[in-house]
Design a protein around this ligand. Sequence first.
Ligand code: PLP
Length: 394
Amino acid sequence: MAPKSIYRRISGELTDLENSDALRTVPQVENGADKILLFHNIPLLNLASNDYLGLAGNSMLKAEAVKAVEEYGCGAAASRLVTGNFSLYDKLEKELADFHGREDSMLFSSGYAANLAIMDAFADRNSLVFSDKLNHASILDGIRMSGAKQVRYKHNDLDHLEKRLEAFSGVESKILITDTIFSMDGDLARMERIADLCDRHDVMLVVDEAHAEGVFGSGRGFCREAGVADRVDLHMGAFSKAFGSLGGAVSGSSELISYLRNKGRSFVFSTALPPAVIGASLAALLLVRSDPSRGEKLLAMSRELKGYLESLGFNCGDSQSQIIPVILGENALALKAQQLLREQGLYVAAIRPPTVPPGTARLRISLRADLTDSDLEMVRSAFGQLHKELSAWK
Ligand SMILES: Cc1ncc(COP(=O)(O)O)c(C=O)c1O
């Protein structure tokens, strides 16, 4: 079959990506959620996954996943609104709502699907959505899908946000959505002032706590820690990160959740999560609820490591969480640094544009609570070596 004309554009774009060191491929990784992963069969310390509490391989989660499979089978086999339901599902939603002190909560097949549904349900062509410039891609995609006008404000610049809110004061349907931990920078949204601005300007406040749940606020997220949880209209989170499982979740008032259940297309038109995932997520939630110390330990560890990296002269941005960027600049430099760290026994992801702004390619260290003192010593020593080599590369 002759190649179709569209193939010319596709090949051209792939070549451009390759030439700018931006071509993505799936790495040869095995056991990628474990503390030690295998990269081309070489064991490396995993500082790239979002399994912040080390729960993905936890024996309780595994046992509950297996139990759920034995009781309910492997697949949900339909959308939740048709027959894709089982009592464990209802139980997890109730537990989650209770954990967050909300009237109701609902699950989605992923955090990505949850953000699509929120925007799709609550925003329309007549709405304005105020969105931090560094919000996660799933939020941007949701806004795009909703047809709403997006009003982006400079990252964490709340004076800029305030000006933009004032400029659109006449509009009735207004939503503000923000990550609470920004996933590529590890910095935190200024939630108290954001909540004040939303109250003053009559704006619905939605937070994406995907990276904060399980870690901040006794596992309930950063808004709890910042004392504004009760002022948030919708709290979005994900079981795919600190909870070591899969799925997105949204918590809020009964009315808002009922609306979301009716209007969120990624919920209505998609098969429900399988039983194993629900079993594991429920076990993770109960575990975090009964013992939030893993998150606290993780944050103390992060503060210490960030201090060390900065003392070497690395630029770690404004990270205040378990995600520590080491901002290097050019794509090629980030890839070379990633390779050097692999040789030192660490697996750290190199993150390049378009995931981060051009010229800010970086290593993204994603810490985990199960690191030992000797693991951390190895991390410090590898970055010490990287620091020595960097001056020779530049
Ligand atoms: C801030 C944020 N929100 C949402 C998501 C999507 O969550 P999931 O991976 O469960 O689809 C991510 C994923 O990385 C994220 O970083």
